[in-house]
Design a protein around this ligand. Structure first.
Ligand code: AQP
Length: 327
């Protein structure tokens, strides 16, 4: 089977964008692949984060992975910092990464903003660590949302560059797997920006743990426009974003949805969307509560996951060190 690798940062509340752009797709295709899913906590310290919060977020995210339907029969699940090979390969690969390639990464510019001179160097080098995460496991496919496309392309370029210098068989060249639907869920407050965990305004996103009352409130106040027709229209990004979410949750076509809401207003549509969201998230929340209440079992399972993947990572590190002349 082909290898799949992906991960999410434990930086905050996992939201609908992370679910529809990533986790849901992992669950859907898990039987077809040999899957490794990671909680990328080393990435989470690229921006300031409270240690207690980070520690709790890692456990919450692991519980959510399982609650969303990842099955340990098909997937290995682990925490990045428990496999030291990520940090080890990272140094080596950093030395082979042209600065010009990192200068082109748009996510760094967005996240650093006006703090360009004061943010930690880790934020700038983040894509190299992400490349290591993927390359350590000789990954074929990386299922991610659209915002990660550029980083996966960089990973491929780095692998190719390294293979060309040393030996074609060191790294497998990975490919991004980005679906059309759900690849870019937009903020509920400003539908021209992507939905993001680090958005300072919690009304901009729906977390997987929001209760029905909260979901209703956030959808009710989600930005739309002054028109009345419920229709997909790129010129009206607010309603189109909500409709796209509805489309993924119901599996209906655009025409079917528009026909269902013909003659109805935004209020009717928002109520229907709220129902679909509650229907989707309630069973996940129920499973999440069961899993998070058995912390010992969760810790054990994460330790087992790290023990399972470490030898795979170590094989790659050994190949790389030998090629470079280290050790
Ligand atoms: N809005 C989104 N729509 C679709 N997919 C998304 N993803 C993130 N936002 C959306 C996908 O979720 C996975 C995990 O993302 P991440 O935690 O590694 O970091 P990110 O891409 O930077 O996501 P966030 O939520 O915006 O986090 P912060 O605010 O911490 O930066 C990836 O597959 C990503 O594509």
């Amino acid at each position: 089977k082909k290898r799949v690798f992906s991960g999410i940062q434990p930086t905050g509340n996992i939201h609908l964008g992370n679910y529809l752009g990533a986790i849901r797709n992992w669950v859907e295709t898990q039987d077809q692949y040999d899957n490794i899913f990671c909680i990328v906590d080393l990435h989470a310290i690229t921006l300031p984060i409270d240690p207690k919060e980070l520690h709790a977020n890692v456990r919450k995210l692991a519980a959510l992975y399982l609650a969303c339907g990842l099955d340990l029969k098909s997937c290995k699940l682990f925490v990045q910092s428990q496999v030291h090979q990520h940090a080890e390969l990272d140094w080596i690969l950093n030395c082979f990464t042209p600065m010009g390639w990192l200068n082109r990464m748009t996510q760094f510019k967005t996240k650093a903003g006006s703090e360009m001179d004061t943010v930690g160097a880790g934020l700038y080098c983040y894509p190299v660590l992400m490349a290591c995460d993927i390359l350590l496991y000789q990954t074929h496919y990386v299922p991610v949302g659209d915002d990660q496309r550029q980083h996966v392309e960089l990973t491929r370029d780095l692998a190719q560059r390294f293979n060309n210098i040393y030996n074609k068989s060191i790294f497998t060249l990975p490919e991004a797997q980005i679906r059309d639907a759900g690849a870019r869920i937009m903020s509920l407050e400003d539908p021209t920006k992507k939905m993001s965990k680090s958005d300072p305004n919690p009304s901009a996103y729906i977390t997987l743990l929001d209760d029905p009352k909260m979901i209703k409130k956030k959808i009710a106040r989600a930005t739309t426009d002054s028109e009345r027709v419920v229709a997909f229209d790129p010129a009206r990004p607010g309603i189109t974003n909500l409709l796209s979410i509805y489309q993924i949750l119901t599996g209906q076509s655009q025409q079917e949805i528009e026909a269902d809401f013909e003659g109805k207003g935004y209020g009717d549509f928002k109520a229907a969307l709220t129902d679909r969201l509650v229907e989707t998230l309630s069973p996940i929340q129920q499973r999440y509560n069961e899993i998070i209440n058995d912390m010992a079992a969760l810790e054990n399972l994460l330790k087992q996951g790290a023990d399972d993947v470490r030898p795979i990572a170590e094989r790659t590190v050994q190949k790389v060190k030998k090629a470079v002349g280290l050790g």
